[in-house]
Design a protein around this ligand. Structure first.
Ligand SMILES: *Cc1c(COP(=O)(O)O)cnc(C)c1O
Length: 391
């Protein structure tokens, strides 16, 4: 039988065909009026996509490059910072802040859970120059309450900068960047914006720009002040990933096109799409006998489920690839073999969800020997969809 290759991983995600065509056609030099027009258009679209009046900058790097830029531009060696971590990407903030000589306080939540806000309140101090957190912790598929954290900062320590890794949060979570007061919010190209890896984008508040003037950590390629100066002229400081930028423009056009050309409405529709597909996936997998790994604060970016005791999630990942040419993600680090993760961010629709759940019924029955009735997972997902379109 024919098996179409399908990605269900939380980065890279499936590519939008219109973006692929735009990338193939992007034979332009980066110091020309043609490129400047493209760059200015994409930067303006990104502002709407992020939903902010703040500057939005593009970097030719993977998402971690923008995370590093946030650390190197905002901190000085010896600065006290607070990292809230509940998974592998939170741990990346810890490593990055240490690499730049920060004195790092860490507040941890167990894998699969989010933070206790009372504990954050107790831990956060005015000495903390920056609070680093994820919007969605992709390694555990947990959503953190960025709005509540931002409110807490305003109450407890208004001088602290709030830096949010929204790499899988953007396009799957509603943010009100300016009203909440997010100083830096970071996105990545291989996630909800439907193009390959290689670009990161970030919004930067006035408070963050002011802080940058005082920070003493070294930066060169990721000097945000230099990027901002160049962006004002419609250029990037160095040779940018031109093809990816052309693809990003096409993808943002597509997202706007989902709501009659209104990018803000298109962004909201994209978030709602992820939320419905995530809810349908959770319902389907629970109906099959799996346990949600993040039951209390599930992200819409991805769903993580635990396999029953004594079983290995690697078998599920392998069987889906072999039988259905579909790629899902295993657990990272210590979670490998215990959970698997299915993405909903970006170019996924409800039919993708139904197809995957149909395949999962076979895997659960044949590979894991669970007592499956065909249609069980699909029926649960159908109900979620029906309820969602009614409301
Ligand atoms: C994908 C991802 C990153 C960035 O990883 P890169 O490989 O550098 O693009 C960072 N944080 C989260 C939450 C992610 O999902």
């Amino acid at each position: 039988m024919i098996r179409k290759t399908r990605l269900f991983t939380p980065g890279p995600t499936p590519l939008l065909p219109a973006a692929q065509f735009a990338m193939a056609a992007a034979d332009i030099h980066h110091r020309t009026p043609e490129f400047r027009a493209l760059y200015q258009k994409v930067l303006a679209q990104l502002k709407v996509f992020v939903g902010t009046k703040n500057d939005v900058l593009l970097l030719s790097s993977s998402g971690t490059g923008a995370m590093e830029a946030a650390v190197s531009n905002l901190t000085s060696p010896g600065d006290n910072v607070l990292v809230l971590t509940a998974g592998k990407f939170g741990e990346r903030w810890v490593d990055l802040a240490k690499a730049f000589g920060c004195q790092v306080d860490v507040l941890k939540a167990p894998y699969g859970q989010t933070f206790d806000l009372a504990e954050v309140r107790k831990t956060l101090k005015p000495e903390h120059r920056v609070l680093f957190v994820q919007a969605t912790e992709t390694s555990t598929a947990v959503r953190h309450d960025v709005e509540a954290l931002a409110r807490l900062i305003k109450e407890v320590s208004p001088g602290t900068l709030l830096v949010v890794d929204g790499i899988t949060g953007l396009g799957t979570t509603h943010f009100d960047v300016d009203n909440w007061g997010i100083d830096i919010l970071i996105g990545g190209s291989q996630k909800a914006v439907m193009i390959p890896p290689g670009l990161a984008y970030l919004s930067v508040s006035d408070k963050a720009w002011a802080a940058m003037e005082k920070s003493k950590n070294p930066r060169y390629y990721f000097d945000l002040r230099k990027e901002r100066k160049n962006a004002l002229k419609g250029e990037s400081a160095y040779t940018p990933a031109v093809a990816l930028i052309a693809g990003l423009g096409a993808a943002l056009d597509y997202i706007a096109g989902q709501a009659g050309g209104d990018l803000e409405k298109g962004r909201i529709a994209l978030v709602n799409n992820a939320q419905v597909n995530a809810a349908a996936t959770r319902a389907g997998l629970v109906a099959l006998g799996f346990t949600l790994f993040a039951p209390t604060a599930p992200a819409a970016a991805a769903t993580a489920v635990a396999v029953p005791e004594g079983m290995d999630s690697s078998d599920v990942v392998k069987a889906l690839k072999t039988r259905f040419a579909s790629v899902i993600a295993n657990g990272q680090g210590e979670m490998k073999g215990k959970i698997f993760r299915i993405a909903h961010l970006g170019f996924f629709d409800f039919l993708d969800t139904i197809a995957l759940l149909g395949a999962m019924e076979h895997i659960a029955k044949d590979t894991l020997k669970l007592p499956v009735r065909y249609g069980q997972a699909v029926a649960a997902a159908q109900q979620v969809y029906a309820d969602a379109v009614k409301s």
